[in-house]
Design a protein around this ligand. Structure first.
Ligand SMILES: Nc1ncnc2c1ncn2[C@@H]1O[C@H](COP(=O)(O)OP(=O)(O)OP(=O)(O)O)[C@@H](O)[C@H]1O
Ligand SMILES: [Mg+2]
Length: 370
């Protein structure tokens, strides 16, 4: 029996999710026991958001933002340990994703890069636990997208003989894992989920997100606007593919809004529809036999988007990842605990059929506690 901690902060920039998980001999994957979440202090959130674009003295600012991020991570680790009575030396490793501020695999010089702010040395120092981080770079070095990395974990835990399943994560970006009854596991980012909806909500309502999707549910979809957004070439590209705020940010949206007077609520409804449509279209095209879709991520709380998904996919049973035994807000963090274990055991963490890498690779950089 071994314990792991997974720490995830995604493109929504809402904060950090942490899970304490156990590896039980003879059972696949990891079992989550405790979960904790911390919202980012507003100044840290604003700085992490700003660092998604080039700016003055950005190396210095990125280094300090990484330290700030690590302090939030360390608080969560302490909270998990205090809540369970477990001592730091009882935890084999922390898997910390870090905060993505640039994601450009394959670009510029043909290799490109993906950049997750993190200070693994400081996290190991503050927690006294081995830290594994920088999971994506090795896959990018091997010619892959470096994303998504959760499909290997989904396959290990949720694949079921005779069932055509899919797992959807609705974070800042939406990503799908396809777990067919036969054939290879695949996965890719479908496009924006909360990243655009949250931005619109902040701008027009001054709140971080549209709780339950109730604001969107009261609006009307603008079909001309939706058609314009769906013309984005990313949606038509074949996998492997991945994306982030590098493409889908407020500038993307502003460039595709015209001067027509619109109720902001209708734009919100159209953004929710964009998320549901791009997921449903991708699922129909890439895995038409899918019978069960399990939804995770904060967006699983968006009842409007889930209802639209169910309506667009009448032959698919759409349900929360809780039906698989993992609450939606724990799945991504649990995956990074699992990836930390894979790294320490020198098992590959990527699936080349998903990321497009030249081969299977052990992912992550290790910062030993002692
Ligand atoms: N009750 C809710 N109703 C609607 N949306 C919600 C609700 N709860 C959370 N969310 C959305 O979920 C987001 C956070 O989701 P999550 O933490 O999974 O995303 P993330 O941090 O971007 O992760 P990743 O990109 O790695 O998947 C919030 O920003 C918000 O938009
Ligand atoms: Mg989050």
């Amino acid at each position: 029996m071994a314990w792991y901690i997974g720490l995830m902060s995604g493109t929504s920039l809402d904060g950090v999710d942490a899970v304490l998980a156990e590896q039980q001999p003879g059972r696949p994957g990891l079992q989550a026991h405790h979960h904790a979440h911390r919202a980012f202090p507003e100044a840290l959130r604003a700085e992490l958001l700003a660092l998604n674009h080039s700016g003055v003295d950005e190396l210095h600012r990125a280094a300090l933002a990484a330290n700030g991020l690590v302090r939030v991570h360390a608080e969560l680790v302490q909270a998990l340990l205090a809540g369970t009575g477990l001592h730091a030396n009882g935890v084999r490793a922390i898997g910390a994703h870090g905060q993505t501020v640039r994601h450009r695999p394959g670009d510029f010089d043909g290799t490109g890069y993906t950049l997750q702010l993190m200070n693994g040395a400081l996290l190991a120092e503050l927690c006294g636990i081995d830290v594994v981080c920088d999971f994506r770079s090795r896959d990018v070095a091997a010619g892959g997208q470096g994303a998504p990395l959760v499909p290997a974990f989904h396959a290990a835990c949720f694949g079921a003989p005779g069932r055509h399943r899919a797992v959807l994560n609705l974070g800042g970006i939406a990503n799908l894992t396809l777990l067919p009854a036969d054939g290879p596991v695949r996965g890719f980012d479908t496009g924006p989920a909360n990243v655009l909806m949250d931005g619109w909500c902040r701008r027009h309502r001054g709140v971080a997100f549209d709780a339950d999707g109730s604001w969107a549910a009261g609006g009307r979809v603008d079909s001309r606007l939706l058609a314009r957004w769906l013309a984005e070439p990313y949606f038509g590209r074949q996998p492997p593919k991945s994306t982030g705020r590098d493409l889908f940010d407020s500038a993307w949206l502003d460039a595709r809004l015209d001067a027509a007077a619109r109720d902001p609520r209708d734009v919100m409804a159209t953004l929710a529809e964009l998320t549901a449509r791009t997921v449903a279209d991708a699922l129909r095209q890439q895995a038409p036999a899918t019978g069960e879709l399990f939804v995770a991520g904060g967006g699983a709380g968006n009842r409007h988007v889930l209802a639209r998904l169910a309506a667009l996919l009448p032959d698919v049973q759409v349900q929360s990842s809780a039906a698989l035994g993992v609450p939606p807000d724990q799945l991504e963090a649990l995956a990074f605990a699992w990836l930390a274990q894979a790294c320490l055991d020198r098992h590959p963490g990527n699936l080349p059929a998903v990321t497009g890498a030249r081969g299977a690779r052990v992912l992550g950089a290790i910062y030993p506690a002692a």
